[in-house]
Ligand binder design. Structure first.
Ligand SMILES: Cc1ncc(C[n+]2csc(CCOP(=O)(O)OP(=O)(O)O)c2C)c(N)n1
Ligand SMILES: [Mg+2]
Length: 461
């Protein structure tokens, strides 16, 4: 107590003993006191007035007297109780949901109306994604592609979020969001060209497969190092803010990405800069073989938002209607209120992490099957549109058949296209290719000429 008394006597304190007054009256008393005037002068220099929340002063449940202290950063209520904040709240954050597992709307659920046209487009896009993933995954197993990574189980987050955005919004993806670029109109043939790294690939074959991007569609090219896109999104959003654009930045990240420092730096930057960015975390339970309980001790990811001063929500990412509504609302708040929003979309990665992984080594096959079938975002949404009379079995087989044909056709075509010339390895970084790179270019050219069988035959030298 002695320590507390010293603290109190050294600070500018306003005591209201034995009296809990309404907030309005309390502020009236503040303005009338000389102590408070001093406080306000200090506030001006530290620009903290806007941080003072009236609710801060309305609760004082532990004792019957009332005190506040000024600090740079705002006023704080004082308590004589030595109370640590609990490491977690008693209740877990709820998960916003509209459709139950059988595709029935939960009574009382609030969501953005979706027209028949939009619902069918969203459903068809999820199926396209699934068909495309299956074919390219198999092509990798056949040795035709060096690498592939599917969105299986997360088609709902991909498409429902994409549909909630405007093409003016800048997307900074992680890598499991190919549905977003497809929704924006990126053709299947361009996906195939990128996968094969042929001469029509916008990245000129310099990136791994699944690292697509499009300037035209405001979709930034994927980078392999985890989480780099998150602070970049805060920067893009700040630039949109400076240009007074009616748009926001959207960044996707996995649960594993939240263990990178970049995630924390990004949230903090976005919060203090009031940057209009929507952080969409796909919490799919795994970062390759690391489960979420080895990734964080907090209540998931949404709970971290508040610590950074970011409005946040947890949503069922396998529920298309809930995800669509949450992202629509998040986008609108980000733009209208010029601030960041965090969305934690709960889901499950049904496939292996990538073709370089075997997830049955670290999780039970029955668990994977359960999520693949009973919890599939695609079948849940299908039940809903079918019950509305917007879809039937005939539509289904037609869509799957057509999509399969289309994907096979673009894949076979892309596979036959020759690779970009060797020279392209050395361009686009420097205005004039420096001497050391010229030497390396000559070295590789000579090596290919000397032992042609050791190098791919479809790369022009
Ligand atoms: C900086 C960095 N560290 C490690 C890796 C290797 N790596 C690639 S993906 C991945 C897991 C990411 O998990 P998560 O963010 O949850 O995404 P998910 O694959 O589940 O969609 C790791 C560790 C990397 N690419 N970059
Ligand atoms: Mg993950």
């Amino acid at each position: 107590m002695g320590f507390l008394r010293i603290l109190l006597s050294n600070s500018r304190l306003i005591h209201r003993i034995g009296n809990k007054q309404p907030v309005g009256k309390f502020h009236g008393a503040l303005v009338g006191s000389s102590t408070s005037l001093l406080s306000f002068h200090r506030f001006e220099s530290t620009n903290t007035l806007k941080l003072v929340q009236p609710s801060l002063f309305t609760e004082n449940d532990d004792n019957d007297y009332f005190q506040v202290m000024d600090f740079p950063g705002g006023q704080l209520p004082i308590t004589p109780q030595m109370k640590f904040i609990a490491e977690s709240s008693e209740k877990r954050l709820p998960c916003y949901r509209v459709l139950d597992d059988d595709g029935y709307p939960i009574p009382g659920s609030i969501f953005e109306e979706v027209s028949k046209e939009l619902a069918v487009k969203m459903y068809s896009s999820m199926v396209t994604l699934q068909v495309m993933d299956t074919i390219f995954y198999e092509a990798q197993r056949q040795g035709r592609l060096s690498f592939y990574l599917t969105t299986a189980g997360e088609e709902g987050i991909n498409i429902a979020s994409a549909a909630a955005l405007s093409v003016d919004d800048f997307v900074l993806p992680q890598y499991r969001e190919v549905g977003v670029i497809l929704w924006r109109g990126f053709p299947l043939k361009d996906i195939a060209n990128q996968l094969f790294g042929n001469k029509f690939d916008y990245g000129k074959g310099r990136q791994m497969p699944c690292h697509h991007g499009s300037n035209e569609l405001n979709y930034l090219t994927i980078s392999s190092p985890i989480a780099t896109q998150i602070p970049q999104a805060a920067g893009v959003a700040y630039s949109l803010k400076m240009d007074k654009k009616e748009a926001c930045a959207i960044t996707y990240l996995g649960d594993g990405s939240t263990s990178e420092g970049d995630f924390h730096a990004a949230l903090n930057f976005a919060a203090v800069l009031d940057a209009p960015v929507v952080f969409i975390c796909r919490n799919n339970g795994w970062a390759i073989s690391t489960p979420v309980n080895e990734q964080f001790r907090s209540d998931g990811v949404a709970s971290k938002g508040q610590a950074y001063g970011i409005r946040s929500i947890r949503v069922d990412g396998n529920d298309v209607l809930a995800t669509h509504s949450a992202i629509r609302a998040a986008r609108e708040m980000a733009i209208k209120e010029q601030k960041p929003i965090l969305v934690e979309a709960m889901t499950y990665r049904v496939a292996h992490h990538s073709t370089s992984d075997d997830s049955t080594k670290y999780r039970p096959v029955e668990e994977i099957e359960h999520w693949k079938t009973a919890k599939s975002p695609i079948s849940r949404f299908r039940k809903w549109i079918q019950r509305n009379g917007w879809w039937n079995d005939e539509n289904e087989s037609e869509l799957r058949g057509d999509t399969r044909k289309q994907v096979l056709q673009v894949m076979q075509a892309a596979e036959k296209v020759e690779k970009p010339p060797l020279t392209d390895l050395f361009t686009d970084v420097y205005d004039k290719v420096p001497l050391n790179l010229q030497e390396q270019h000559k070295f590789i050219r000579d090596a290919v000429k000397k032992s042609p069988r050791e190098y791919p035959s479809d790369v022009p030298i």
